[in-house]
Design a protein around this ligand. Sequence first.
Ligand code: GLC
Length: 436
Amino acid sequence: MDQNIIDRTVRTEWFRKDRFGMFIHWGLYSIPARGEWVRSTERISVEDYEPFFKEFNPVDYDPKEWARIAKNAGMKYAVLTTKHHDGFCLFDSKLTDYKSTNTPCGRDLVREYVDAFREAGLKIGFYYSLLDWHHPDYPHYGDRNHPMRENPAYSNENRDFSRYVEYLHGQVRELLTNYGKIDIIWFDFSYDDMAREKWHAAELVRMARELQPGIIIDNRLEGSGEQSGTILTAHPSDYAGDFACPEQMIPPEGVTNELGDSVPWEACITLNDNWGYSAADHHYKSSRMIIRNLVECVSKNGNLLLNVGPDSKGRFPEESVRILEDVARWMRDNHESVYGCRQADYPKPEWGRYTQNGKKLYAHIYEETMGAVCLKGLAGKIDHMRLLKDGSEVFQLNHWNVREYPEDAFLSFQKGQILTFPLPDEKDTVVEITLK
Ligand code: GLC
């Protein structure tokens, strides 16, 4: 087998077990509060964005509280935007003045995040934007995304991209040197010819792995939410990354490569419709939907990286906290059906989904069925069944009305009852089926 595939399989072992992480998009854009692309969508110049830099002061930033919320929700790792596309750094980089320590806040926010999340036992991820709309050597006019892309006054004549690449490599070196063990680096993203060796990707990956042996790298030195790159091939490049990261969608059948083998993947999903804080966006998903999204990812061998966009004071939006509290309650009772689980050996059932861990098959029942719940093809294969949340007995039904289906098993929550009952948990009722 291809060495890069073998290596990524080893590196991602914990990642493929942990399944659930928190994405955090935070920066100056939390002040205009119209999402992290605000400079680009509204064509805001560096000068017109400057007031937010002069003002940035998240007095309520309490990363221990963030870590508590994440851990409570059952998340095992986190990924924080150390620098997003606007170029503003939440860390004390020696290579720029455009950083949190030079705002009224005066703090290295990354350091505090690392300390708090590590103390809580969560694995540490850094998001780092390959794009940089603040750096003078990054292409402006004519670029696909730059805020000044339509403004010929920002021509690229005197821009030296190699200086930007040096800056990018230098900052990654800082991030991977100054903060102890880092578990994930999440580069974002490649587009047009701004991809692969344009970033000096081979050298960058070599450096990252040298500084942080075992670090997991995403696939966006080649790809983006639009396309995954050579990670889907039988011979991924040296910078193809360790996992694919579909964005705002869950792949219909998980992610497999051209050989048909499962590729580690992580769907990144927002709680409302924005990554960065957006004051007017109250279009939040229900906790039920989030729980089912997580289960869907796991049922297809994937992870969920769920985003929170803290406001300019450093607080998580109230709605996000409320959803995560619901998720926490469900995860407290049902986490065994997530951690260490994978795609089941049985096809997706009509009433919900399966996840599996060895001899434990978890039935995630979403829909009330007419009569007993049909477990297709499971006749004779079940040792016993328990409601996962309280360990109480769940029953197999062998009544007259199911006898014409000898291949299938039938599940009932009440002994001997052939009729439907309301599901114990309308978000996702999990039955642990221990197979023989
Ligand atoms: C993107 C966006 C971005 C966000 C990211 C998350 O490619 O540019 O704002 O950080 O995806 O996946």
